[in-house]
Write a protein that binds this ligand. Structure first.
Ligand code: GUN
Ligand code: ZN
Length: 427
């Protein structure tokens, strides 16, 4: 048993945060040895219960749930900041050529080490990430995540057409490789497998069908892909699958929409698509810095809230411009203000923070496992230093409410605000 004493931020209901100025977080190993939250709340109320436990006191610091990044690409760490006239030229000119390098296991291992270090520096403790089409890239990322004991979900990219040599895979072999990787990694320690068709235009119907069959075998395995990010991409997908009602429906038609399926972007679609998301329990990964950088468009928050499907925030590195959840939350706010809905929507700081922690965990089917500091959750957390920069210190000192404090951190925060990232360890 170990007790931490600091200010404490956590969620008590959907998008509803509570803040204990003088808080207590008690963490202890469960029967399997995994560190979990035993209690979280006000120091005064809980301290007598833990009088025997050693205490780490962090005055002036804030304990908060580790962030959950619902969608990003580990092999695109070095693609960040490659401007292009939209998604398709960006893929062709920067991303595909770069991803070809991940055929080398040594190269993939070096990038995996850097990538996970960068997640932790930014306070991200759970991620759903793309690898590349090379099985070695999946091995590299799982190996490193296992070494650091991170909760991480990834998968081999499926792309058996409209893809360059060196990235394009073989339909049958790609499914054999996927099945073998599921066997080897899914559910090992804190790792999970995601069946990963890149997007409908780069998979044959046979590959999508095979992916859907694998997804039907085990509902605990995730599915991840992209949809309706860019208008040229939508036209292309519809031309390739003329019988489908919509681009999104291509995935439903191949058995790729269900709980634990996550689609990145979800911009250029309609009400029937939103209803299909809700009915199937599928989640959207909202990636505002990516959509602004590539000029893809704006996620319609008002329509999403009305339709009632699950969604959460994602960096989408390397089309996304930052690993920092603070940058992503700020961009999400700007999109709500200036995006599709007029007049603009003001997302609250508690909503934004929830969408990047407990809300994202719920969308991934990991509610009560990660993304919050409630009893039973795995003991991942971040230690925030609101004095990390002169301006942060000055501004947060003047915050008169929780919302004002959260706003100051969302607007002024970056990796400097994350003083420590603590990952739940197992004995
Ligand atoms: N659509 C298909 N592949 C990709 C990718 O790597 N990044 C983004 N942003 N969209 C995609
Ligand atoms: Zn992506």
């Amino acid at each position: 048993m170990h007790v931490y004493r600091a200010a404490l931020l956590r969620f008590t209901a959907e998008a509803q945060a509570t803040y204990d100025e003088d808080g207590l977080l008690a963490i202890a190993p469960d029967a399997t040895g995994r560190q979990r939250v035993v209690a979280a709340g006000a120091w005064r109320a809980l301290a007598p219960r833990f009088a025997q436990a050693p205490v780490t006191h962090w005055p002036g610091r804030i304990l908060a749930p580790g962030f959950v990044d619902m969608h990003l690409h580990f092999p695109q760490t070095d693609v960040i900041g490659s401007p292009a006239d939209g998604l398709l030229p960006w893929l062709e000119n920067y991303t595909y050529p770069h991803e070809q390098r991940f055929a080398s296991p040594a190269y993939a291992a070096e990038v995996a080490r850097f990538f996970i270090e960068e997640l932790l520096r930014n306070g991200v403790t759970t991620a759903l990430a793309f690898a590349t089409s090379h099985p070695a890239s999946v091995e590299a990322l799982f190996t490193e995540a296992q070494r650091r004991q991170l909760r991480l979900i990834t998968g081999k990219v499926l792309q058996d057409r409209h893809s360059p040599e060196g990235l394009r895979d073989d339909t049958e072999q790609s499914l054999i490789d996927t099945e073998a990787l599921i066997q080897r990694w899914h559910g090992v320690d804190r790792l999970g497998y995601a069946i990963t068709p890149r997007f409908a235009p780069t998979s044959t119907p046979a590959q999508l069908r095979g992916a859907g069959l694998l997804a039907a075998r085990d509902p605990s395995v995730w599915i991840q892909s992209h949809v309706a990010e860019n208008r040229d991409e939508v036209r292309w997908a519809q031309a390739l699958f003329p019988a489908a009602r919509s681009y999104l429906a291509v995935y439903a038609d191949h058995g790729l929409m269900r709980e634990r399926a996550v689609y990145a972007h979800c911009l250029h679609w309609d009400g029937a698509d939103r209803a299909l998301m809700r009915e199937t329990g599928t989640a959207a990964a909202v990636s505002p810095t990516s959509n602004l950088f590539l000029g893809s468009g704006f996620f319609d928050y008002a329509a999403a809230q009305q339709a009632g499907f699950r969604y959460g925030l994602a960096s989408d590195v390397g089309a996304g411009t930052s690993f920092s959840p603070f940058h992503t939350m700020l961009a999400a706010y700007a999109v709500g203000r200036e995006g599709q809905t007029k007049p603009g929507l003001s997302l609250s700081p508690q909503q934004l923070w929830w969408q990047h922690t407990a809300g994202a965990a719920q969308a991934l089917g990991l509610e009560g496992v990660v993304g919050n500091l409630a009893p039973g959750c795995e003991g991942d957390f971040v230690l925030l230093n609101p004095q990390a920069t002169p301006l942060l210190a000055r501004r947060t000192a003047q915050a008169r409410s929780l919302d004002e404090l959260l706003w100051a951190m969302i607007v002024l925060g970056d990796d400097r605000l994350i003083e420590q990232t603590v990952i739940s360890q197992a004995k």
